[in-house]
Ligand binder design. Sequence first.
Ligand SMILES: [Zn+2]
Length: 68
Amino acid sequence: MIEVPDTITCIDCGQKAHRLTYPPSEEDGGWQPGDIVAYRCRGCNDRWDLVVEDPADSAQPPSASDFR
Ligand SMILES: [Zn+2]
């Protein structure tokens, strides 16, 4: 299952931004790659949208094409 943080650090002001989007139920399989998660910053009140990434993608070796 993909984990999505409850808070992120705002890039603009460095304060905490809390998640607005409720997590999908586990019966629905939880977060899916490509889901949009919205955060609201406590400091500057900006909204941040993160795209959920597939953890398997980042686990790929970066130079797989060099394999023989
Ligand atoms: Zn901010």
